[in-house]
Design a protein around this ligand. Structure first.
Ligand SMILES: [Zn+2]
Length: 94
C-alpha cells in the first residue's frame, strides 16, 4: 500500500478563484471550494492503481482499496470511488 498524503491546503479541482494558476490565497470565504485535504479530513492511498477519473482497481487486483470501503463507511469515512468523477485513491470524513 502507498500513502499519498492528508493535509494539503488547496482548492477542489477547477474551483480555485481566477488568476494565480489556482494558487490564490486560501480564504475562509471560499470554504465550500476548499478541498477536504485543506482541513486534514481526507487522505489518498494507492494512487498508482486508483487515479482520478479512472475506474478504481477491482477487488483482489493490485492496489484495490475496495476491500476497505465497508469498514471506512462504518466510521463515516467516505470513498471517492463513489464520486461522479471517481477518485479511487481518496477517502474523506464527512
Ligand atoms: Zn484526495
Amino acid at each position: 500500500m502507498s500513502y499519498e498524503g492528508c493535509f494539503v491546503p488547496r482548492y477542489k479541482r477547477n474551483q480555485a478563484p481566477a488568476g494565480n494558476a489556482g494558487h490564490s490565497i486560501r480564504q475562509s470565504v471560499n470554504v465550500s471550494a476548499l478541498s477536504n485535504h485543506s482541513f486534514g479530513s481526507a487522505f489518498d492511498i494507492n494512487y498508482v492503481d486508483n487515479q482520478l477519473g479512472q475506474t478504481p482497481a477491482l477487488c483482489g487486483s493490485r492496489g484495490s482499496v475496495r476491500e476497505l470501503v465497508a469498514a471506512a463507511n462504518r466510521l463515516k469515512i467516505f470513498w471517492g470511488g463513489h464520486f461522479n468523477n471517481p477518485d479511487g485513491m481518496h477517502f474523506e470524513i464527512s
